[in-house]
Design a protein around this ligand. Structure first.
Ligand SMILES: Nc1ncnc2c1ncn2[C@@H]1O[C@H](COP(=O)(O)OS(=O)(=O)O)[C@@H](OP(=O)(O)O)[C@H]1O
Ligand SMILES: [Mg+2]
Length: 381
């Protein structure tokens, strides 16, 4: 596959994800100014849903406009039912406002704004266009508008993930990581939870808010990272990109693994056992969202493991972008049986063997497969 084949798709996807990062940062800033009460209140999760729906709407709108195809196939996490309810008119109004604020900035990212602000029905249409279920043939965009919702609410790590699948294979992936600074190795210092603290100075938030956008095209053998675009600057494409590579550590004694923060999403005691039998000495790095794939691709950790409870079906939007980025950065991603993940079977990763692993090297991967094999029968999974 020649690079030029998908150059336009890649350019549009990266620009759209940069815009989505800025949108999410604005929504988070809104959370900051409203204080912590609103975020934690159980009945009031609207700030999160505003970001989810708004990102889905802008990405859908940009893809349809850029490729002049109102039938562009998009598989994405949010549906439009809730948002269409009459009693949620206020929520729809704030999504529409957020979408229009974001699209008005499109030229800064090298994209076109709508001629006229979108109405609520156009916003709903853009969100509902993302109702594809993917499949083995054709071209499908795959979007997780805000991955790691919990991290987003906590002011911690979250990601915007966009991938392109063609005939069942992931051919490009873009990960926006608004809270993952460009600076190397920052994950090694325990990332404390940033609470929404109204006393936080604006310069502290400025540095903290800086993140990155990471992307890769299948078969290129390269993965790239860009800084987020500063307030009054234009996106420099692709000049500002810097190549990233997985870690070269393959001694388990020096390696670090990362995994989901929530016990409910991955069995921490099983992964601790696997890590121990592989000879790992470092504590696991617990990080929300697909930033874990980004950490492997950037060389900030050596292995990512996820073992969901039996019966949970992994969704393609939680992995597609991360997998291709790790592979092109030099890593290996498989299920716990050592087989590649299958993105050709619709919304779910059907046929997944137990869990998922992303490794920086074939040697660590081999060790992992052996350790899972040895400890599986005695696990309660
Ligand atoms: N029970 C269960 N088991 C496994 N996985 C689940 C489960 N429930 C949800 N999810 C999916 O996990 C996505 C978040 O994964 P993380 O690795 O970021 O989890 S964590 O926040 O670090 O604990 C999360 O993505 P978002 O919903 O976009 O946040 C879900 O798609
Ligand atoms: Mg997700």
């Amino acid at each position: 596959m020649g690079d030029a084949n998908y150059a336009r798709e890649l350019g549009v996807a990266v620009r759209a994800v940069h815009m989505a990062c800025a949108l999410c940062q604005r929504v988070q800033a809104g959370l900051v100014s409203h204080g912590t009460g609103q975020v934690k209140s159980k009945d009031d999760d609207s700030p999160v849903t505003v970001a989810d729906w708004s990102v889905q709407a802008i990405v859908s709108w940009i893809l349809a406009e850029s490729f002049q195809d109102q039938n562009v196939s998009i598989v994405a996490e949010e549906d439009v039912q809730t948002l269409s309810k009459a009693e949620l008119a206020d929520l729809l109004a704030s999504v529409t406002k957020t979408v229009n604020e974001s699209l008005a900035e499109a030229p800064k990212y090298g994209l076109q704004s709508p001629k006229k602000a979108l109405g609520a029905s156009q916003v709903l249409e853009a969100i509902s266009r993302c109702n594809s279920t993917g499949g083995p043939t054709g071209r499908h965009w795959v979007l997780d508008p805000v991955d790691g919702t919990l991290g987003f609410v906590r002011g911690d790590q979250y990601a915007i993930a966009l991938a392109l699948i063609e005939d069942g294979k992931v051919i490009m992936g873009v990960l926006g990581c608004p809270n993952y600074p460009m600076k190397n190795g920052w994950l090694n210092h325990h990332h404390h939870h940033h609470q929404y603290d109204e006393s936080m100075s604006s310069s502290a938030t400025d540095t903290w808010e800086k993140g990155c956008v990471i992307y890769a095209q299948k078969g290129s053998g390269k993965a790239w990272m860009q800084p987020l675009v500063q307030q009054n600057k234009m996106l420099e494409w692709p000049n500002s990109a810097r190549q990233i590579k997985v870690s070269s550590i393959d001694d388990p004694g020096l390696a670090t693994f990362c995994e989901p923060v929530e016990k409910a999403n991955s069995n921490h005691s099983f992964t601790a056992g696997v890590a121990h039998s592989m000879g790992f000495k470092n504590q696991p790095l617990r990080v929300h969202s697909m930033v874990k794939y980004a950490a492997i691709a950037r060389g900030d950790a050596e292995i990512f493991m996820k073992f969901a409870r039996c019966g949970y079906k992994e969704k393609i939007w939680d992995h597609a972008a991360g997998v291709v980025i790790v592979e092109e950065a030099g890593g290996v991603v498989t299920d716990a049986g050592g087989r590649p993940l299958d993105f050709s079977r619709g919304t779910y990763l059907e046929g997944l063997d137990r869990g998922i692993v992303a490794c920086c090297s074939a040697k660590l991967h081999e060790g992992f497969i052996g350790a899972v094999y040895a400890s599986w029968d005695s696990s309660n999974l």
